[in-house]
Structures are given as C-alpha cells and as structure tokens.
Design a protein around this ligand. Structure first.
Ligand code: PRP
Length: 183
C-alpha cells in the first residue's frame, strides 16, 4: 500500500474557498450582479471545487450558473502529453456574460491557456480564473490566474479533484502520494 500524507486539510481548503469567494465577489463590477456569474470548469478535475465554490459564492452573495468543458492534457500516469484535447464543448452561451474559469490545479498552464482562449473567442463580458492549487515552477505557458488558493512546490499531489490514473479525486484534502519503496 502507498502512503498518502495530508498536505492541505479539508478545513484549510474550505476556509480558503470562503476567502476566495469574497475576493471574487469584491472583484465583480456592479453590473455583474444583475445576472448570474457563469462558472466554467474543465472536466474532470474541476468538479470538486466547482461544487464547493458555488456554495461559497452563494454565501458571499454571488449567484452562479455552471458549465463544464471536457479537456484533457494528461494520459495515464503523471506526465503531461503536452497537448490539450477538447472532448466536450460548453453548452451555455458565453457571449456577454461574466465568466469565472475554475480548475483544481494549474501546472504547465496548457489547460487554462486553451480554456481561456476558447472562452475569450466567445465574447464574455469579463473573464477571471480561479485555481485551488498553483505549481508555478512547472509553468510552460504563462496564463493569468487572478485567484489562487494555495501555491505549492513541484510535488505530485492527489485529492480534491487531482488524480492518479483517475483515482483519489474524492479525497476531501490535498495529499502527497508516496508509493511504496518496493513498488
Ligand atoms: C489536470 C487538471 C488541470 C490540468 C492542469 O487535468 O485538472 O485541468 O491537468 O495541468 P496543466 O496546467 O499542465 O494543463 P487533466 O488534463 O489531467 O484532466 P482531468 O481534469 O480529467 O484530470
């Protein structure tokens, strides 16, 4: 059995999301209050933060609607393939809306770069980006990220949406995966 050490606890994530929701609320122009903010999450890693952040934004007085885009940049294992593939497109009109792009982690930046270009091409009123985890040491493509939960070093993390071969997304915390020395 591998070992998982808690790096960022569920309580720390929850508290940080509440603070980020207040940040997002404060950054919205007054006219953005007249219609719900469109949250967009790249599948599948964004699922956990989308749900929790939508509730945090509700507590902060911000109405939201959600959409998802299927993007994949990793094959099996832990190494990026370097290209982003769209597996399913958005289903809600972006034009004229205030958009919040949300993801679990920004690593090389390729996924957010692709998503930001895809959204920007559809004419949003504004576009801001929020991630739970930022690994700046790994960046290949510079992308604007206005709201960052936690800046972390270049270590392999799992949980809270991040995965290892599709597993461990459901962990309520961010953990450090330590494989057995004999595996
Ligand atoms: C993960 C994660 C981010 C992306 C970050 O998604 O959810 O979207 O990688 O890496 P990057 O900054 O190097 O692009 P992945 O493509 O593994 O798909 P998943 O969300 O289904 O895990």
């Amino acid at each position: 059995m591998a070992t998982i050490d808690v790096m960022i606890s569920a309580d720390e994530i929850s508290n940080r999301l509440d603070a980020l929701a207040e940040e997002v609320a404060a950054a919205l122009p007054p006219e953005a209050r007249t219609s719900p903010v469109l949250m967009i999450g790249p599948l599948k890693g964004a699922v956990m933060v989308m749900a929790d952040l939508a509730r945090a934004l509700h507590r902060a007085g911000v109405d939201t609607v959600m959409d998802f885009i299927g993007l994949s940049s990793y094959g099996a294992g832990t190494v990026s393939k370097g290209t982003v593939t769209m597996t399913s497109d958005l289903s809600i009109e972006v034009a004229g809306r205030h958009v919040l792009l949300v993801d679990d982690i920004v690593d090389t930046g390729r996924t957010l770069h692709f998503a930001q270009a895809h959204i920007a091409a559809r004419g949003p009123a504004s576009l801001r980006t929020l991630v739970v985890l930022d690994k700046p040491e790994r960046r290949v493509v510079e992308v604007p990220v206005e709201h960052v939960g936690f800046t972390i070093p270049d270590v392999f993390v799992i949980g809270y949406g991040t995965d290892l071969d599709q597993r461990y997304r459901e962990l309520p915390y961010v953990g450090l995966f330590r494989p057995d020395s004999d595996s």
